[in-house]
Design a protein around this ligand. Structure first.
Ligand SMILES: [Zn+2]
Length: 280
């Protein structure tokens, strides 16, 4: 049976446009948003199941405990909770046939994209892998690529889909809302979105070869970080092997992407320890 890994984030779900909805505080808006997220997950599970596949859902946003399992239907497994190893790709390995990025968003610094950021908006300004500027989709796609698992599909706002089409030219994209700004969008009815998601998930699971995009950088992997502040870069240099290129820019080089990806988390924790909401 084909196993499809579905990494689900929150900012790219239809109807979600504001930080108030994505769980920085537990409120009615967040509780509603979790259900919107779960219904898009249900649509993807249904499509994958109709094509004879098993959907493994990786809850990939914030606490990684957003999708309420009780409302999910069909044949699925839910990978949830923090510290599941590979962050937004927790649980993935070479046994998977493909990956779907559901509810994804553009990288930090993208104009007119809903809640654009790259993992940590308070610390990370830009990340380049082997010279190419990347966002969460590419960073996570490298994890899948490490196991030779292809990306098949991505969903989110129109600006994000345009950006991801450039990185993954063969994949299916589903636009679920039109960005009007960083925190505003024109949203279609959710049942329409769900129908589109189900059909697209079914299509890509059926025709993996047609949509497959293996995303994998050649070793050595050079990860160049631009931090929001110079002290964040300074913290990163506490890790052996990290070179400071400029006041805010650090470089880490590795032969192994998974090792580099795990250090990415260490760097973010270090940078976060010196971040200050009034001064960044
Ligand atoms: Zn995200």
């Amino acid at each position: 049976m084909k196993k499809i890994y579905v990494s689900v984030d929150m900012e790219g779900i239809n109807g979600i446009v504001s930080p108030a909805q994505v769980g920085t505080k537990d409120n009615d808006l967040y509780r509603e948003a979790r259900l919107l997220m779960a219904e898009e997950v249900n649509a993807v599970i249904a499509g994958v199941n109709e094509a004879g596949g098993l959907a493994v859902i990786g809850d990939s946003h914030g606490s990684e405990l957003n999708v309420p399992i009780g409302v999910l239907k069909g044949d699925f497994l839910l990978c949830c909770g923090e510290d599941k190893g590979l962050s937004m790709m927790g649980g993935i390995d070479e046994s998977y046939s493909g990956v779907i990025f559901l509810g994804y968003h553009a990288r930090f610094g993208t104009a007119y994209a809903i809640m654009d950021h790259t993992y940590s908006p308070s610390t990370l300004y830009r990340l380049k892998i082997n010279g190419k500027e990347v966002g969460e989709a590419e960073i996570n796609a490298e994890v899948a690529g490490y196991f030779d698992v292809p990306i098949l599909m991505a969903t989110g706002d129109d600006v994000t889909m345009e950006q991801l089409k450039k990185s993954f030219p063969t994949i299916e994209t589903v636009t679920v809302k039109k960005s009007l700004g960083r925190f505003a969008a024109l949203c279609e009815p959710v049942n329409k979105t769900q129908e589109k998601l189900k059909e697209a998930a079914k299509r890509v699971t059926h025709n993996i070869e047609k949509y497959a995009c293996i995303y994998k950088s050649e070793a050595p992997i050079k990860m160049e970080y631009t931090w929001n502040t110079a002290v964040m870069a300074e913290m990163a240099t506490y890790v052996p092997g990290v070179i400071k290129v400029e006041d805010r820019i650090t470089l880490y080089e590795s032969d192994d992407y998974i090792k580099a990806f795990k250090l990415f988390k260490v760097f973010r924790v270090l940078a976060n320890s010196v971040s200050n909401s009034s001064y960044l």
